[in-house]
Design a protein around this ligand. Structure first.
Ligand code: CAA
Ligand code: NAD
Length: 285
């Protein structure tokens, strides 16, 4: 199947970047959907900022930017977003019920041939697929933050995902300039987050127990393990609300004490300190 039209659901941290890469690198026509005009405007603003960086670096010309922007169509309407899509990539918040409701809508409004992919960080692809009549078309397509820069897409096969769906998502990812890995089993956190999240939760416990300052924890891991940014800064970057949702999936799906939510993480999310997105997390942004 030749993929030409892509729908991205959610114009937040991940959705705006995925939409940009789909239009800029793969040359797809992109419909970008969110629930409020202000969220679409914010997402388009971020895309313009990112494209501006690429112009500054002489990787794109202003004509290229205009062509990319012409390919991205922001919309609030589900039918307009997915009605002609060959692939839908869902990047809405990490909540199972919300994702199931969205996948039900994709089932109703997207063409029968469309691939229905989720950018979920941790939620079971099988459970998301249960909301549709075509579980063979449902697949995990996990990008990394920021999608414009990070080179990996982790592809997650659900029990009923067909070989054709996996092959198509590999092809789309490659067209977007990404490397892929296949997670053969639908386990909480898949490959990358299964390894990353326990480390991030331990970093929060170091803060909670006042073992070292934020800056020293970040410096220790950045210089000691050569991470591009320390774990506390990375938590702010990913979003504390998303991290909390992931730990909830881990607690239910993996019976291990180490996945218990640190009290400090719960407290900060309750206080609306979600990280970079609210300008306040562990650091002031
Ligand atoms: N668009 C275009 N360019 C961008 C950009 C964007 N969205 N974001 C950053 N850049 C550019 C910057 O302009 C900068 O360019 P120059 O070097 O030419 O100035 C370059 O990228 C580096 O950015 P910064 O100088 O701002 O900062 P940095 O050197 O720390 O790099 C980073 C930023 C690429 C994000 C780097 O810190 C990094 O790789 N951090 C780790 C990211 C990571 O681990 N992501 C995975 C998170 S986990 C996840 O995503 C899964 C999940 O489910 C939660
Ligand atoms: P975010 O909160 O920045 O963005 C989510 C966007 O979805 C918001 O703009 C919100 O308004 C919109 N939205 C909410 N309900 C919607 C609906 N019904 N229809 C359409 N849009 C809706 O979150 P994010 O960080 O972009 O995360 C999105 C998904 O990507 C989550 O599943 C998350 O786990 C996953 N993910 C996040 C990261 C990360 O580093 N933040 C990395 C990889 C994957």
């Amino acid at each position: 199947m030749k993929i030409k039209k892509v729908a991205i659901i959610g114009a937040g941290l991940m959705g705006h970047g995925i939409a940009q890469v789909a239009a800029q690198v793969a040359g797809y026509e992109v419909h970008l959907k969110d629930i409020k005009q202000e969220f679409l405007d914010k997402g388009m603003g971020r895309i313009k900022w990112s494209l501006g960086k690429l112009v500054e670096k002489e990787k794109l010309t202003q004509d290229d930017v205009d062509a990319v922007l012409r390919k991205i169509h922001p919309t609030l309407d589900m039918k307009t977003a997915v009605g002609e899509a060959d692939i839908v990539i869902e990047a809405a918040p990490e909540k199972l019920q919300l994702k199931q409701t969205l996948f039900e809508a994709f089932d109703e409004f997207a063409p029968d041939h469309a691939i229905l992919a989720s950018n979920t960080s941790s939620i079971s692809i099988n459970t998301i697929a249960e909301a549709t009549k075509q579980p063979d078309k449902v697949v995990g397509m996990h990008f990394f933050n920021p999608p414009q820069i990070m080179r990996l897409v982790e592809i997650i096969r659900g029990e009923k995902t067909s070989d054709e769906t996996v092959a198509a998502v590999v092809e789309v990812s490659q067209k977007m300039g990404k490397e892929t890995v296949l997670c053969k089993k639908d386990v909480p956190g898949f490959i990358v987050n299964r390894v990353l999240i326990p480390a991030l939760l331990d970093a929060i416990r170091l803060v909670q127990d006042d073992v070292a300052s934020l800056e020293d924890i970040d410096k220790a891991i950045q210089l000691g393990l050569n991470w591009p940014m320390g774990p506390i800064r990375l938590l702010d970057y990913v979003g504390l609300d998303t991290t909390l949702s992931i730990t909830e999936v881990f607690q239910k799906g993996l019976d291990e004490h180490r996945y218990e939510t640190p009290a400090l993480l719960e407290k900060m999310v309750k206080e609306g300190k979600l990280g970079r997105k609210t300008k306040q997390g562990f650091y002031d942004w």
